[in-house]
Write a protein that binds this ligand. Structure first.
Ligand code: ACM
Ligand code: ZN
Length: 537
């Protein structure tokens, strides 16, 4: 039965391409096939009406060369004749909006900005890839596409701390985000198990904090004694490498949002500078997963001097409006018995340790606001009272997002049960030979990701608080980038479609298009998971 179904999907997808049905992921607002075809060949050019479009045009040419073998060139003077792909900015469109017209005479893309044009080119890239032809001649069916995203924030998070991924791998992650029209790269850079970014004022963060002595083998459990591999493990990004990555992402219209997680998940920093902790150590970079009791001391001024020193360098490296300051999973045991933290609670008239964390986050927010930046925090920042201006990343469940939206805070929905791409992808990981994943209980097949409704239980007014969605890739059980791609793809496509095509979602049509999109994954050499394509959930 399953084979029959797959045969049907395969047949349906091949027929649909012939009938010029939509091949674009995420699904555009409208895709209207027109009569006729136009031909692209090696004499075809991409004409840019505005110099700022040379970069996206050049990127497009590189995609078509790699994926279709067809060499196109970029020109800044309008040529005569057929086969021209013409790009321009049309200010009457919204920033990320575009229109793509393939006519017998030529192809026209108009975007509300460079970014809009880039998304038009990403769509055309998919159309060209699925068109008949080869390196000499590609025959593109005429079509009119009108498109714009529903949500302004469409994110992908990568944890480079539990396991480290180098510059080329991070760039590949960014390429994957760009292909899916994702516009935010949330880069989780600091953790208990490793500090991964050079901070010149605090050299120990990378000298000591970027290396752990060993790594836990097998699944983490509070109940069993961990087993370690006995091998030192480390890695970090120099500031030059960070600049290179930020530039690479910017060229693909992706903002890089760095996360410096505080006051918890800071053991690597504590190992580097033990005076930052309530007990003053000694500490070692954590070898096992889970949550540490040791967090930054919120009582001593020196902690805030440290955070401001780190963030000052972060601000230089990352132009993003948002800086993520974490706030998740910070146990309060140390603060309860620390004289400095207790003194702070008294002096500031705080009710408890949750309010102390709120004091901490608000103070850091105020510092960043001086430089025109806004904070994002995990939904724990709601616990002791949150400032109105903080953006809340709802992870423990949609309810946290709903709570924040009702308070009037901006919200990014990334609840574990829909958006945690470190969870396994089928209901039976052992039988289907899935690699070990974060949770034995939680299953996240792509259909479930697709089901996320970021507006659920919110009225018209409250919905305005939801700025978008994000897929998170935590890497405790993801030791290499090949494995990371297996977890990311194809589920990122579902996140992207929730974010871009919210009003237009249709799982059956998504499935049909994904069977085509998969061929582009193949061409790009992406190591996507096979389960969904084999009909296994
Ligand atoms: C989280 O997953 N600890 C935000
Ligand atoms: Zn303390």
């Amino acid at each position: 039965m399953r084979k029959l179904l797959l045969l049907f999907v395969a047949l349906a997808t091949s027929l649909s391409v012939m009938a010029a049905e939509c091949v674009i992921v995420p699904r555009p607002v409208s895709f209207e096939p027109q009569k006729g075809k136009m031909t692209l060949n090696s004499k075809s050019v991409v004409y840019v009406a505005d110099k700022s479009l040379v970069r996206p045009a050049t990127l497009f040419c590189s995609y078509v060369a790699a994926e279709k073998g067809l060499q196109l060139s970029v020109v800044e003077n309008l040529p005569k004749g057929k086969g021209v792909i013409s790009l321009s900015i049309d200010k009457s469109l919204a920033q990320e909006e575009y229109q793509l017209d393939v006519t017998k005479k030529g192809i026209v893309i108009k975007g509300g900005s460079e970014q809009g044009v880039f998304y038009g080119l990403q769509s055309l890239r998919q159309v060209v890839f699925h068109s008949k032809g080869n390196a000499k001649k590609v025959s593109v069916e005429c079509v009119t596409v009108k498109d714009k995203p529903h949500f302004g924030y469409r994110g992908g998070m990568l944890d480079v701390c539990r396991y480290f991924f180098g510059v080329d791998e991070v760039k590949k992650f960014i390429d994957i985000l760009a292909l899916h029209k994702v516009n935010r790269f949330h880069w989780h850079l600091t953790e208990d198990q490793g500090w991964r970014i050079e901070i010149k004022k605090y050299p120990n963060l990378t000298k000591i904090g970027s290396v752990r002595n060993a790594t836990q083998v097998g699944r983490y459990s509070k109940r069993t004694q961990p087993v370690y591999d006995g091998k030192p493990y480390g890695g970090f990004f120099t500031q030059d490498e960070v600049r290179d990555i930020v530039r690479y992402a910017t060229e693909r219209y992706i903002d890089v949002i760095p996360e410096i997680d505080m006051p918890g998940h800071m053991v690597a920093a504590l190992a580097s500078y033990p005076e930052l902790g309530c007990t003053k150590g000694p500490y070692e970079v954590r070898k096992m997963w889970g949550i540490s009791q040791d967090i930054l001391c919120a009582g001593r001024e020196s902690t805030f001097e440290f955070i401001e020193g780190v963030l000052s360098e972060i601000l230089e490296l990352f132009p993003s409006k948002y800086i993520h300051i974490g706030g998740d999973e910070a146990p309060k045991h140390r603060w309860k018995v620390c004289p400095d933290c207790q003194k702070r609670i008294q002096e500031e008239g705080l009710k408890d340790e949750h309010e102390l964390q709120s004091y901490f986050m608000k103070r850091v927010e105020k510092f960043l606001a001086k430089y025109g930046r806004s904070i994002i925090g995990w939904d724990e920042i709601l616990d002791g009272g949150v400032s109105k201006t903080a953006t809340v990343m709802a992870w423990r469940g949609p309810n946290r997002g709903i709570m924040a939206a009702k308070l009037g805070n901006k919200v990014i929905m990334t609840p574990t049960r829909y958006c945690y791409l470190d969870y396994c992808q089928t209901s039976d990981p052992d039988a289907n030979k899935e690699p070990m994943a974060m949770s034995l209980k939680a299953k996240l097949p792509i259909r479930k990701v697709y089901l996320l409704d970021p507006y659920d239980k919110l009225n018209e007014e409250e919905r305005k608080a939801i700025i978008g969605v994000q897929g998170n890739l935590w890497t405790e059980y993801i030791p290499n980038f090949k494995h990371a791609q297996h977890m990311l793809l194809p589920r990122l496509a579902a996140i992207a479609e929730v974010g871009w095509s919210y009003e237009n979602k249709d799982f059956d049509d998504f499935t049909r298009r994904m069977h085509l999109f998969r061929k582009l994954y193949d061409k790009c050499g992406y190591n996507y998971a096979p389960y969904f394509f084999n009909g296994i959930e």
